[in-house]
Design a protein around this ligand. Structure first.
Ligand code: AMP
Ligand code: MG
Length: 444
């Protein structure tokens, strides 16, 4: 486990007051460690979990050479002569049982998709290409080469080879693959527990009466949604008032219960509140101004688990297991602005949480799309503009920004299906220029 000071020393030219986005990602990857506890789950419960060990195929899939088509199987050597073939049909092979018998030269077998290819037969002519005369068929010349329309034993999964690797997220395809190996259960890493709360005395919880200068807590719901899409167990702590006793209790119980804590608000420079002071008091925390937009203020580090935590949250939290990590919980102190919360989550927190989940590929690939509008951009910071990506009539990807890009304008995020990532050194974007986009359909 590295301290904030040790990680900072590893980053060349580390400047917490103007930290490039790329350094944030590197810093976080050095800060977090993957969970190791594992459990064995039935396949239906394992969707979205992370595989805890390599899965080696215990047998060949498919187990036998078999037909890829409904048609007629024969020995492909007969195709060497090049002309039309006359073959006598001597039987029918159905899927699910082996055909007993032999097929001599000049003969063939009617065969169904998935039926085992009998020994000596290696080629299938699809039924729609042949003409049938009584118990014989004619195969047209120059249609086939030997081996056509046959699936080879082990071509999907070879016995003894790795079918899936530790650290892979269990997608629908991977669940299906495990099922094709006959596995009823699968070893996965335990899910992450993430506690989150909003700070700020102007933040109203739903159900509270509106009052002047106050806004409803939207971060609670965006953070909840993004965490649940990642498969995290969430510990929702609502809004925590700006009072030292309440903040301390919230941090202490969150650190005792969760692997990670996400807060929003209270980390900007001018903040007159106690959030930053409490983070400093209870943890090993770095406070940054990130060279990005939206975003900027962020606090990151570790909050220790206090031994004798007594707090209203812990008292009502019997159903939660306490955090098994003696090093405390990782803190992601996000800015308060609703768009900034979502952007910093997607850009930094999500990959860090995936790394903590044990996922071996925490970074999603960026796509390239053609910007249909000019975008103003200052070099020296990373900008994440909200965009709608669509497929143009020529099949290429196009992107346009969604409305007002202010960091409090959550509707820009609600309309978007991805973020336009304008990198640190990049300047203005011209109409028709390609830009990087981070699609978040399916993540959120
Ligand atoms: P802060 O980072 O605390 O200075 O907050 C920046 C802005 O975000 C302020 O306008 C806050 O009112 C707003 N904000 C902070 N927290 C929330 C929240 N949970 N829901 C909606 N808006 C928020
Ligand atoms: Mg505030």
């Amino acid at each position: 486990m590295k301290t904030i000071e040790q990680i900072a020393a590893e980053l060349q030219g580390y400047d917490p007051q103007a930290l490039p986005a790329a350094d944030v990602a590197r810093f976080l990857s050095l800060l977090v460690t993957p969970v190791t506890d594992r459990l064995e789950l039935p396949l239906f419960e394992a969707l979205g979990r992370v595989l805890a060990e390599d899965v080696v195929s215990p047998f060949n899939v498919p187990p036998h050479d078999n037909s890829a088509m409904d048609g007629y199987a024969f020995a492909g050597a007969a195709l060497a002569e090049g002309g039309e073939l006359q073959l006598k049909v001597v039987g029918t092979a159905l899927a699910g049982k082996a055909w007993q018998g032999t097929v001599a030269a000049g003969e063939c077998l009617k065969i169904m998709t998935g039926a085992i290819m009998p020994a000596g037969l290696d080629t299938v002519v699809p039924q729609e290409f042949v003409s049938v005369q009584g118990d014989s068929i004619t195969v047209p010349a120059k249609l086939l080469t030997p081996g056509d329309n046959r699936r080879l034993r082990g071509e999907d999964l070879m016995q003894g080879r790795a079918a899936l690797s530790k650290g892979e997220l269990l997608t629908p395809a991977r669940l299906g693959l495990l099922a094709s190996l006959g596995m009823k259960t699968v070893p996965v890493l335990r899910p992450l527990r993430v506690a989150y709360f909003s700070t700020g005395d102007e933040i109203l919880s739903l159900g509270e009466l509106p009052r002047e200068g106050a806004v409803y807590d939207s971060n609670r719901y965006t953070v909840f949604g993004m965490l649940r899409r990642l498969g995290c167990e969430v510990i929702d702590m609502g809004v925590v008032r700006d009072e030292p006793v309440l903040l301390e209790a919230a941090f202490i119980s969150a650190a005792a219960l969760a692997d990670a804590i996400i807060t929003s608000g209270g980390v900007s420079v001018g903040e007159a509140d106690y959030t930053k002071a409490m983070m400093k008091k209870l943890g090993d925390v770095a406070f940054w101004r990130v060279a990005m937009r939206p975003g900027r203020p962020m606090a990151v580090g570790r909050i220790s688990q206090a031994k004798s935590a007594s707090s209203p949250f812990l008292a009502s939290a019997d159903s939660y297991q306490t955090n098994s990590n003696p090093n405390g919980a990782i803190l992601f102190g996000l800015p308060g602005n609703p768009v900034a919360v979502m952007v910093t989550f997607l850009a930094f927190v999500r990959p860090a949480l995936l790394q903590m989940m044990g996922c071996s590929a925490p970074h999603a690939p960026l796509l390239r799309a053609c910007s249909v509008e000019a975008i103003r951009k200052k070099p020296g910071r990373t900008e994440y503009q909200r965009g709608t990506v669509n497929t143009a009539s020529d099949g290429s990807l196009q992107v346009r920004t969604t409305g007002n890009q202010g960091s409090g304008v959550l509707s820009s995020m609600a309309q978007a299906n991805g973020l336009i990532v304008l990198h640190h050194g990049q300047g203005n974007v011209a109409v028709g220029e390609d830009v990087d986009v981070m699609m978040f359909d399916g993540w959120m």
